[in-house]
Write a protein that binds this ligand. Structure first.
Ligand SMILES: NC(=O)c1ccc[n+]([C@@H]2O[C@H](COP(=O)([O-])OP(=O)(O)OC[C@H]3O[C@@H](n4cnc5c(N)ncnc54)[C@H](OP(=O)(O)O)[C@@H]3O)[C@@H](O)[C@H]2O)c1
Length: 255
């Protein structure tokens, strides 16, 4: 697939949490293909290295750093490593997240609740809080947070996950109010069913076919669909867009 080009992105520094696989890994590749210097972050060192190697193999610039984004100290180290190795961040894609899948309320343990809220919401707060002040001081930047269709309309995702992703959306809008006067934009992507490697392994082909039929655009989304929206939100092409949500959802969400 050819990667859309936004010339203003060339030479800028991007940090992608959740960059080691899935949507984040493809976003790293799309950023690098636009001439950005990319910090690939996640928890799995080998997976991070493989994304970094792929980008370098294509002639791009990337470095990697392990950081658990539920840990404020690790996120601070990620920012320091980015500044040391690439320079201050112009673009932050806070994409790390997961669902543990316990759906109904009586299945949700307190540990599960905390883990999913920490892994999707607190992690977003910690990451944005670490990178936003520098962007504000430099009077420029674009932040992209990762929500989900689960946070846009009630569906079959777990209750903690839906709650966390809905909160990510309001967090993003509220931060946008304060960041706007400093010329920093913050927007969200809210994907629906995105066929990552993990989803492909987890969901049998016949179930995937049934799921695809539920979308006005009757297919699964791809990590590339999300990365395309991330490019747009990172670039000056969306220069007067902040506090917004792009539903990368095949028409399933129309608000
Ligand atoms: N796929 C979908 O259908 C879909 C739909 C809506 C929203 N989303 C959201 O999109 C984002 C990416 O999802 P994906 O499908 O690409 O998932 P994925 O393939 O499972 O990748 C998840 C990424 O998040 C990282 N991560 C998770 N917890 C982390 C933590 N505490 N600290 C640092 N990194 C962490 C993982 O790093 P390691 O593997 O290195 O640990 C990995 O890079 C998530 O926020 C997810 O909720 C996905």
């Amino acid at each position: 697939m050819s990667v859309p080009t936004y010339p203003d992105l060339a030479g800028k520094v991007a940090v992608v949490t959740g960059g080691s696989r899935g949507i984040g890994a493809v976003t790293c590749r799309f950023f690098a293909a636009n001439g950005m210097k990319v910090m690939v972050s996640g928890r799995d060192k080998d997976a991070i290295q493989s994304v970094v190697d792929g980008i370098r193999g294509d002639g791009g610039t990337a470095v990697g750093a392990v950081a658990d984004v539920t840990d404020a100290a690790a996120v601070a180290e990620l920012r320091e490593a980015t500044e040391r190795e690439l320079g201050p961040a112009d673009v932050l894609a806070a994409f790390a997240g997961f669902d543990l899948g316990q759906g109904a309320l009586d299945e949700v343990t307190e540990d599960n609740w905390h883990a999913v809220l920490d892994g999707n919401l607190t992690s977003t707060f910690l990451t944005v809080q670490a990178f936003l002040p520098g962007m504000q001081e430099r009077a420029g930047g674009s932040i992209i947070t990762m929500a989900s269709t689960a946070g846009r309309a009630p569906g079959r995702s777990s209750i903690p996950y839906a709650t966390a992703k809905a909160a990510v959306l309001m967090f993003t809008k509220r931060v946008a109010l304060d960041a706007g006067p400093h010329n920093v934009r913050i927007n969200s992507i809210a994907p629906s069913a995105i066929l990552t490697e993990r989803q492909e392994q987890r969901i049998p082909a016949e179930v995937r076919e049934q799921v695809a039929k539920q979308f006005p655009i009757a297919r699964w989304g791809t990590p590339e669909d999300c990365a395309n929206s991330a490019l747009f939100l990172a670039s000056n092409a969306s220069g007067w867009v902040t506090g917004q949500t792009i539903d990368v959802a095949g028409g399933r969400i129309m608000l």
